[in-house]
Unconditional design. Structure first.
Length: 182
């Protein structure tokens, strides 16, 4: 009987620690209005980097460190990827970013999902939305969102790592204005 009680206490402590990490992630994520960060993105082995600003809900501005001056901008409804020589326009709802940039939806998902410990440092939440597999990664110590991985309907794997994260900065609203085609 004593062994059973010790095992029960051990599992309840592990469960409480795990729940508190999830609760802290939810609390910290709830308090975010915007976040800026440096990123490294790997899409099927092609690595790009730069910096981004996300403003919830559904706005993002990313400037890539590339000679073609690539920028990615979403204004809440549309997504534009522009370089010196190309211009791509997408309805935001047709991309995995529509889900990733929807903080309220992500919070609901996280509350109802089981977390997975990826390592001593990271927690992962995984789900499928609109035929896109989405993995969110959070730091176990800071509770910050530190990246995501998507697998789209064409089986393209995109992994984005975040660093130098700053929360709730004063932003210029015009940065989310879609760039015009040349």
């Amino acid at each position: 009987m004593k062994k059973f009680f010790i095992i029960l206490v051990f599992f309840s402590i592990i469960s409480d620690v795990s729940a508190s990490i999830k609760e802290n992630i939810i609390k910290k994520f709830t308090d975010i209005k915007n976040v800026s960060f440096d990123f490294e993105q790997n899409i099927n082995g092609k690595i790009e980097n730069g910096n981004c600003i996300i403003e919830y809900p559904k706005k993002i501005y990313c400037k890539y460190n590339l000679s073609n001056q690539k920028v990615l901008v979403a204004d809440g409804k549309s997504l534009v990827i522009k370089t010196l020589s190309s211009y791509y326009y997408y309805p935001l709802e047709k991309t995995p970013l529509d889900t990733i940039l929807n903080k309220e939806y992500l919070l609901k998902k996280i509350k109802n999902l089981d977390q997975r410990e990826v390592s001593d440092d990271f927690i992962n939440f995984n789900f499928i939305e609109n035929e896109n597999e989405i993995n969110l990664f959070f730091d176990k110590k800071t509770y910050n969102l530190i990246g995501w991985q998507t697998v789209d309907i064409y089986q393209n794997v995109s992994i984005t790592y975040l660093s130098s994260i700053k929360r709730n900065q004063k932003l210029k609203k015009e940065i989310f204005k879609l760039p015009q085609q040349n």
